[in-house]
Design a protein around this ligand. Structure first.
Ligand code: NAG
Ligand code: NAG
Ligand code: NAG
Ligand code: NAG
Length: 286
């Protein structure tokens, strides 16, 4: 059923792409040499380039099993959303794949990519940027494909993926990468794109089981709250804090919440059930 729905879209894309690429002058064809290479994972068509394969291997090497399955599901959910999005012609599926696959490098279970002073989303964004540059340098991908603009999309998609009040207004690629991630917690109930169905959710989950996502993610977040607390309440940025005092006391960087907590009656209890923590601790079960 699912495949029947998906295949015509994939076929249409290849057809469209073939006619488009024939219209592109020869000098530019090299830019898209892998553009029509795809493979199917859990019934979902995704781009298949050397860089995507390397990103998947890199994600696997820096994640526990729970996190890796979460990463794979978010990639596939995002790919499904993109295939149905009115903005799909503006989204490069390889840029999406790399963003989704590398979005949790800040959780790196080897510790190698985890800073002591930056929130995990920024560790991930920086590590992804470095991964792309290293992959250009060692010939896995080509520099003309990865200008700063493309790398910046990856950086933004990763850095903003936990901040829906901003990412929903960003480029379609940034939005749908984050929407794919968000949808992993409550399925279509937490899908901000409105493009994912329960059939999609169960189809993908069958290949990449959830492995106690809620408790696994809660444990990782509590690890940050214990080991680098200043990065978990964020801060109002002052230059001197960045350059001199990494351990300075910091307040939440959605600073409006601080006014609510300090001055508005019942603010905190009224927020319960509407916060990111609620989405995670009440995530759908295995
Ligand atoms: C893309 O598809 C066309 C038509 O199927 C094929 O001729 C071409 O070799 C493919 N390009 C690459 C890089 O595989
Ligand atoms: C396409 O993206 C823009 C934001 O860049 C958004 O306003 C619009 O709703 C999107 N359209 C569709 C059909 O998703
Ligand atoms: C190229 O660099 C990336 C990023 O460090 C790495 O994951 C990949 O394995 C390297 N590939 C080769 C062929 O050395
Ligand atoms: C705050 O909650 C208390 C107890 O539920 C209630 O009596 C009070 O009216 C609330 N105050 C406001 C401003 O909502």
């Amino acid at each position: 059923m699912y495949l029947l729905k998906q295949l015509p879209i994939g076929a249409l894309f290849v057809l469209l792409w073939t006619s488009l690429s024939n219209a592109i002058p020869n000098s530019k064809k090299g830019r898209n040499e892998h553009a029509n290479q795809t493979r199917v994972i859990a019934g979902v068509t995704v781009p298949d380039t050397p860089l995507v394969r390397a990103a998947q291997a890199y994600a696997r090497a820096h994640a526990d099993d729970m996190s890796y399955n979460h990463i794979m599901r978010t990639w596939l959910f995002g790919a499904i959303m993109i295939s149905r999005s009115g903005n799909r012609s503006t989204i490069d599926p390889e840029v999406h794949a790399v963003s989704a696959l590398l979005h949790d490098l800040g959780w790196d279970n080897t510790g190698e990519l985890v800073s002591h002073d930056k929130r995990f989303e920024i560790d991930g964004a920086i590590a992804a940027w470095n991964f792309i540059e290293a992959s250009v340098n060692n010939g896995t991908t080509q520099s003309y494909k990865w200008d700063d603009n493309r790398k910046q999309l990856v950086w933004d998609a990763i850095a903003l993926h936990t901040t829906p009040s901003i990412f929903v207004y960003k480029q379609p690629l940034v939005f749908l990468t984050a929407a794919g991630i968000n949808a992993d917690f409550q399925g279509p109930n937490s899908d901000l794109s409105g493009l994912l169905t329960w059939d999609d959710y169960y189809q993908v989950k069958a290949s990449f089981p959830r492995l106690n996502l809620a408790s696994g993610v809660t444990k990782i977040m509590c690890g940050f709250a214990i080991n680098k607390p200043a990065t978990t309440y964020g801060k109002l940025l002052y230059k001197e804090d960045i350059f001199r005092d990494h351990q300075a006391h910091r307040d939440s960087d959605n600073f409006m919440m601080q006014f609510g907590e300090r001055y508005v009656a019942n603010y905190s209890q009224n927020a319960v059930g509407h916060l990111g923590i609620d989405e995670i601790v009440n995530a759908l079960p295995n």
